[in-house]
Design a protein around this ligand. Structure first.
Ligand code: AMP
Length: 268
């Protein structure tokens, strides 16, 4: 596995792959890798000959009071995990922005509400950095996790609206053995907070057979009663129940498909 730190070198490599017809898969991450990230690598592997993973804690997607400074950056560990998962190129730039950078990419509809409402400017930062990563790695396929459902919506819309020549693939949510969706932020949780956080996946599992409005009502009721949690939002969007909560200072998100009224697909 090659570690590339320079954006210019990354783009030069990508252009060489393009010229020789090598199919490239990109997995953008902020590092502090876990099994969720590695599942994305495996999906990319199946669809591309070369897998690039970016590890970059993107400053423009954090609000001024958020956790940019303390976001975990265990690079040696990330490097070992990426290598073991079969990443070919680990792109780990020091920065992706000129000091006087003055250009952004903004998706203006799907970025509203939910995480966009509680984290103003977040999706502008995401759309901008993902565009830059796509232009640096020039992937045929880019893989994103459904855990960040709104992020997937925004990126798919942006790729469509800007005619970016990449196929976006959504990967299913990976959970730990007690059901909590894996997240780099889970490591902020104390043992007690971890137990409290389990109310989030438990609630989503409990309401997934309900219709959208009943699911929202019931999930909100359960989460508001759960000790130690503060509800940020609970919303049904595109047949999924999406929720964000705070446990102490840690903000966690999760979502689940609402299956009410749908027959189980009997495909084998
Ligand atoms: P992050 O490093 O948190 O920015 O996440 C990088 C990518 O990994 C994003 O596409 C996330 O949606 C995805 N991801 C993070 N956690 C999970 C998870 N538990 N299951 C599936 N994908 C995930």
């Amino acid at each position: 596995m090659k570690v590339v730190r320079s954006p210019k070198v990354m783009q030069r490599m990508a252009l060489a792959w393009k010229r020789t017809g090598v199919k490239v898969g990109l997995v953008p991450t902020m590092g502090a890798l876990h099994e969720g990230h590695l599942s994305l690598v495996r999906l990319a592997r199946r669809r591309a000959q070369v897998v690039v993973m970016s590890v970059y804690v993107n400053p423009t997607q954090f609000g001024p009071k958020e956790d940019f400074a303390r976001y975990p950056r265990p690079f040696a560990q990330d490097r070992a995990l990426a290598q073991a998962a079969g990443v070919d190129v680990l792109f780990h730039p020091r920065t992706l922005y000129a000091e006087d950078a003055s250009t952004v990419v903004e998706e203006s509809v799907l970025s509203q509400g939910r995480c966009g409402a509680s984290r103003p400017g977040h999706f502008r930062g995401v759309a901008t950095v993902v565009t830059k990563l796509l232009l640096l790695a020039l992937p045929d396929v880019a893989v994103f996790g459904q855990k960040d459902a709104q992020q997937c919506d925004v990126i798919e819309r942006m790729v469509r609206d800007l005619n970016l020549p990449v196929k976006v693939v959504r990967a299913p949510v990976v959970r730990d053995r007690r059901g909590l969706a894996l997240s780099s932020r889970n490591r902020y949780l104390s043992a007690e907070e971890y137990e409290q956080a389990l109310a989030l996946p438990q609630t989503l599992a409990a309401v997934k057979g309900m219709g959208p409005s009943a699911a929202v009502r019931e999930a909100r009721r359960r989460l508001e009663q759960a000790p130690g949690l503060r509800v940020d939002y609970v919303e049904a969007v595109n047949g999924r129940l999406c929720a964000a909560i705070f446990v102490g200072r840690t903000r966690l998100i999760d979502n689940v498909a609402l299956t009410a009224g749908k027959r189980k697909a009997g495909r084998r």
